[in-house]
Design a protein around this ligand. Structure first.
Ligand SMILES: C[S@@+](CC[C@H](N)C(=O)[O-])C[C@H]1O[C@@H](n2cnc3c(N)ncnc32)[C@H](O)[C@@H]1O
Length: 322
């Protein structure tokens, strides 16, 4: 498991403070706990306030399936792709290689929009190590989605995109709806916009709905799920298809008082450092009760399995009417 956390330029002061409270030792402890439970998980967790996240198998799988299921480019020999919040590029390269398999001979102009210098560096290293990427021209944009939009408008760019993806990144933008609107407007006639986020069906949504204000920190990340995106798209009459990407997390240890791994997992779930030791007793009891509630988890063979599902949304271009 790799720590690919990075501070981003639009990171709120709040987030910076929280991250700086996390010593390297604590980060290592969290990472150790996560690598322990990885075998029992169908995904490798998802981003959180500690600046730690890992690529999610469910996201990776979902992204590949979406690329495969849609005839992106519709037979064009050259495709314009924009990856927003691409991280270290693992999923991007998987998707691009799926595209190439499906459309041998295609060439790709790939705009990478990523504010973290470390992540961008990791992505470039990955590219340098992979053979056979000559068909892709990488344009590296070390900037946030908002800055990319600003640049695009200042330069009066008219280029259209065949495929744009926002995978596990809308949590970090100030205004997810405006971000979707902008990238949606860049789609070519047969283009597709792919969004992957925590699913509205997941335990996360219920946890955030119930305890968001007490667990603090609305600045830290947008508590946005695919349900919010769907509601927004429907209000605008935009057509889309959606998929549930199953993912589970064994959280059994959270319910053993004093269990170190359980406490670290609780920190991860609540995004509060030392939650077990510092939370008011009624808050802790409420969170634990909710976490094992059928709205969040299932109990099976003595294990408590948290619904960590992601959702993928594939959005069609703006309809022009003729
Ligand atoms: C959880 S990672 C997801 C990385 C990758 N898409 C994946 O799924 O593996 C979120 C990424 O979004 C980037 N990010 C944070 N704020 C952003 C913003 N305002 N605009 C664009 N990207 C941002 C982070 O630097 C990070 O690389």
């Amino acid at each position: 498991m790799e720590d690919i956390g990075g501070k981003t330029e639009n990171t709120s002061d709040c987030k910076s403070q929280r991250e700086s409270q996390i010593s390297d030792t604590n980060k290592k402890r969290l990472l150790c706990a996560f690598s322990d439970i990885m075998d029992s998980m169908s995904s490798r967790l998802h981003p959180n306030c500690f600046g730690i996240w890992v690529v999610d198998y469910a996201a990776e799988h979902g992204a590949r399936v979406c690329v495969n299921d849609y005839n992106i480019g519709d037979g064009k020999s050259h495709l314009n792709v924009i990856g927003v919040g691409s991280g270290a590029g693992d999923i991007d390269l998987e998707m691009l290689s799926e595209l190439r398999l499906k459309h041998p001979g295609v060439t790709v102009d790939n705009e990478v929009v990523e504010p973290s210098a470390q992540q961008l560096h990791n992505y470039r290293v990955l590219v340098s190590r992979k053979p056979d990427l000559d068909y892709i021209k990488f344009n590296w944009n070390k900037m946030t989605a908002g800055e990319f939009e600003e640049n695009w408008k200042v330069k009066k760019m008219t280029k259209k995109a065949d495929f744009i993806h926002l995978i596990q990144m809308l949590y970090y933008v100030k205004d997810p709806e405006a971000t979707i609107n902008f990238f949606h407007s860049l789609l070519d006639k047969k283009g597709k916009l792919l969004i992957i986020l925590v699913s509205g069906e997941s335990g996360w949504r219920r946890l955030w709905q119930t305890y968001r204000s007490q667990l603090s920190n609305t600045e830290l990340s947008q508590y946005v799920t695919t349900q919010d995106v769907k509601t927004f798209l429907e209000s605008k009459g935009v057509s889309y298809q959606s998929y549930e990407l199953p993912s589970q997390m064994d959280i059994t240890e959270c319910f053993t008082e004093g269990d170190e791994k359980g406490e670290l997992l609780l920190d991860f779930l609540t995004e509060v450092l030392h939650f077990s030791k510092t939370a008011p007793p009624d808050l802790k009891a409420g969170v634990l009760e909710l976490l094992r509630h059928p709205d969040c988890s299932v109990e099976s063979n003595g294990k408590i399995i948290f619904n960590n599902n992601l959702g993928a949304i594939v959005i069609d271009p703006v309809q022009t009417g003729c």
